[in-house]
Design a protein around this ligand. Sequence first.
Ligand SMILES: [Zn+2]
Length: 391
Amino acid sequence: MPHSEDDVMRLHFEVTHTAPETNARRGMMTLRHGLVETPVFMPVGTQGSIKSLSSEDVRDELRAQIILANTYHLLLRMGTERLKKNGGLHRFMRWDGNLLTDSGGFQVFSLGQGSTQGKPLLEKLDEAGAHFRSHLDGARHLLSPEKSIEVQEAIGSDIMMVLDECPPSTAAREYQLRSMDRTTRWADRCLTARTDAGGALFAIGQGGLDLELRDKHMEELRTRPFEGFAIGGLAVGESKPDFLRTLRYTAPRYPADKPRYLMGVGTPDDLVEGVHAGVDMFDCVMPTRNARNGTLFVDGGKKLIIKNQSHLDDERPLDESCPCLTCRNYSRAYLRHLYMAEEIAFYRFATLHNLTHYLELMRKMREQITAGTFAAWRLEYYARKEQSPPS
Ligand SMILES: [Zn+2]
């Protein structure tokens, strides 16, 4: 008997708690590799590894329920056939939690600004997709909606993203409109290309900083059978007030019964503001990249620069209240020593700490939503940092 769409369990989402005086909400998202409690921050494992960590670290120390991998890098380094030969990325990297993959488009557009032998890497963008050359060996590729889904299915992704065209948030209205329409056509092609073996598929709403365009695009996308929706084209260079205005308008107008994902965001403050606006999912390289640069998040989102002289003889942990492996065992003085000596172990200790800081922040916010006290907690969060909350 042919399978109907309903036979395939990809995603089940339920909002379990809301809180007064905020759009923050708590939920349970069940995917093919188990439960994800939302709002959630997803650590980024670009090439099938969260830099410096093992999959055991991610499972046992961080207890992450979902991580992100980048389609562009896995396509160029491995290709569809080798991914399949290794049984998909879960089996390859021994990760039995959930995986979300991006479409590959963002890297094609951002790395496409580079060049090979004097020619730009992104050669042409047309209705078929993005024609580009690999930043590794210069080989020609076409990233089409169909190709993106093929690679994401070969990875075995639990949440796949549609290929979208992401113009600068400050681009002219005409450009935004054309790019929105193309993004919708590409999203439809991704839906058609998905097989029964494919995971959940999220569409991406565009519209830049134009709130009317944001509404218009979501009116089109919400009629289609996507399992979730992302807010695209934000945190791409606009000012903080523009970012917050667009976020606060857009997130609560997304379908209430589907997960909402703010891509590529952000700082601890951005996560607090995103949750306040009603976002359920986040990802960002900030905690992992900053860890490797020696910038550690402590005490309600403040930054500790490990190379500073003041840590030379400091026997305290990075953060007294942090439950991570690093803070349970090692002093600031030892971590500073490892950093200054460029010891590889520093990367793992720092990455475990920063990701724990982010995941603990999300856990606290989920607790506050359940207790109905999120709005007051948000004000205290800024008061502790001696900042006023962003207006
Ligand atoms: Zn820690």
